[in-house]
Design a protein around this ligand. Structure first.
Ligand SMILES: [Fe+2]
Length: 211
């Protein structure tokens, strides 16, 4: 076996994790508005069958407040500032050059996971540059956040590893922590696992583009 070799790590995927400043105050201020939005959504449903779907599914403003829905809400402004600051930090770490273009939060939606079967399957956010999630409220056993290797070729092989390491691992997951923000490039698939205990997991998902 050669003792004279090099092994380079190339084409990495980044998972950026940051603790947001003033998170306790931000979360305390945002939660009542999030609950109020959910109540409004519930009140807008007249069909009992639809109401039953509403009560069972993950609640998300993605459908009831599409587009700029939450972007204009005053109670999301401080969080949006934090998202943009952290995006710039990540962009600096990646040494990306956007010239005079500035980052803008283009999508912002709140989700509440409560039931043991609540989850989000793996997906990407086409058309965006950066995506992420900010955890507003969590509990022990809340659904873990999962990031998946974007190399699609690997999805067709069932590799087994003697031991996980940075070179072979194809999925990473972490527990959501209130006040923490996770961010990644939008082409990277991600998911929310089912929780292992019942509780309330409140998160705000976002996309950012440089324009
Ligand atoms: Fe997502």
């Amino acid at each position: 076996m050669s003792q004279n070799y090099q092994l380079h790590t190339v084409f990495p995927s980044c998972l950026y994790v940051a603790e947001v400043e003033n998170a306790a105050q931000i979360n305390k201020a945002m939660l009542p508005y999030i609950y109020e939005m959910r109540e409004q959504d519930r009140a807008n449903i007249k069909d009992p069958e639809m109401l039953s779907v509403f009560e069972n599914e993950v609640w998300s403003t993605y459908f009831s407040h599409p587009g700029i829905g939450l972007l204009k809400e005053p109670w999301t402004q401080e969080l949006q500032r934090a998202i943009l600051e952290n995006t710039e930090q990540l962009v600096n770490l990646l040494q990306l050059d956007f010239g005079k273009r500035k980052p803008r939060v283009t999508t912002l939606f709140a989700n509440i996971h409560e039931e043991l079967y609540h989850r989000h399957d793996a997906h990407t956010h086409p058309g965006s540059m950066f995506s992420g999630s900010y955890f507003v409220k969590t509990y022990p056993g809340a659904g873990r956040f999962r990031l998946i290797n974007p190399c699609r070729a690997l999805q067709f092989h069932e590799f087994k590893f003697r031991e996980d390491n940075e070179l072979n691992v194809n999925e990473v997951s972490l527990d959501p922590v209130a006040g923490r923000l996770v961010m990644f490039q939008s082409h990277v698939p991600h998911a929310v696992d089912r929780p292992t205990a019942r509780g309330e997991r409140v998160a705000i998902a976002f996309n950012v583009n440089y324009e």
